[in-house]
Design a protein around this ligand. Structure first.
Ligand SMILES: [Zn+2]
Length: 311
């Protein structure tokens, strides 16, 4: 059962030569999800042979151009790929107007449904679910409205305990809901947690994406124990002041969040193009958090199931 992340772009602010701004593909059980959509991401889809018709949803962290300018092109190009399936687009308030305005002014027509979900909330909210994955979004601390995303795999391993069906008098629909992993709100108002009703065979794998953001410990509770955390590290330690001013993170900020949240692996990305040698990010990151890697174009980060099997 696949769960991996393919990095397509890692630059902050600007495409440079062949490298592009933020874009990645999350693959959960062979369904694909775009996370941020920098300019030029379509050419990277082709380069890495990613099947664009498998994309179910696009998650946009915020409306700064380096995270969203690839989206209108991605949508209009589907005219050449006979897409019929609907696509979900989730982003901060304004994403719908942005996409619809681009389509209208360029007189582009698409013949599949686009379902928008605009975010304008505090705390962590479940914003997308499709049977393979549940995605929740939480606010980051940036210059405009920005959200981080947590992808939690929906495991197919929920076996309901037979005694609970009798004890709670569950209906067929309620049994289905429990097998999907839902909690149940009973007629008497009592909430029964899913974990009380099922045997869980495998731990759900998880991936969290945080870009762009200043250092903000409020996000730690939403990231806790994720298998992999992608956190922006726009700057090295020489730019602490500028990071604060521009509401971005240094590599030390990212590593601190990874440590506090107890994640399995930290992926650093969204690098300022002022740095020609990105190895320094790895060197400085490892001083604070051992399990750190750099996001690099084309890199596939696998989250393996075996490591998560419950003993
Ligand atoms: Zn930004």
């Amino acid at each position: 059962m696949t769960f991996n992340i393919t990095i397509l772009g890692t630059n902050a602010a600007l495409p440079v030569r062949d490298s592009i701004t933020s874009a990645q593909i999350v693959n959960v059980h062979d369904q694909l999800y775009v996370v941020d959509c920098g300019e030029g991401m379509q050419s990277k889809l082709q380069k890495y042979r990613i099947k664009r018709n498998r994309i179910q949803a696009v998650f946009i962290s915020h409306l700064h151009g380096d995270h969203v300018f690839g989206l209108p092109g991605l949508l209009t190009s589907y005219a050449h790929f006979q897409r019929k399936n609907p696509i979900f687009i989730i982003g901060p308030k304004g994403i719908r107007e942005f996409v619809e305005t681009c389509l209208r002014l360029s007189q582009s027509y698409i013949d599949f449904e686009v379902h928008f979900r605009e975010m304008e909330h505090k705390g962590s909210v479940l914003i997308y679910e499709d049977g393979k994955v549940k995605v929740s979004a939480f606010p980051l601390h940036h210059r405009i409205s920005t959200y981080g995303f947590r992808f939690d795999e929906m495991t197919s391993g929920y076996n309901i305990k037979p005694e609970k069906i009798k004890e709670l008098g569950l209906t067929t629909d309620q049994i289905k809901a429990v097998k999907r992993g839902d909690n149940l709100l009973m007629a008497d108002g009592k909430m029964i947690l899913n974990e009380e009703m099922v045997y869980k065979k495998t731990k759900s794998r998880s991936y969290v994406y945080c870009s762009d953001t200043a250092y903000d410990e409020r996000v730690v509770e939403y990231i806790r124990n994720a298998d992999v955390l992608y956190h922006e590290a726009t700057y090295l330690s020489d730019m602490v002041v500028q990071a604060k001013e521009r509401k971005h993170s240094t590599v030390q900020d990212a590593a601190k969040i990874a440590t506090l949240a107890g994640v399995g692996k930290l992926v650093l990305g969204h690098f300022s193009t002022r740095y020609l040698n990105r190895e320094d990010f790895l060197i400085q990151g490892k001083l604070e958090f051992n399990e750190v890697i750099l996001a690099e174009e084309g890199k596939v980060i696998e989250i393996h199931l075996e490591k998560n099997l419950k003993l």
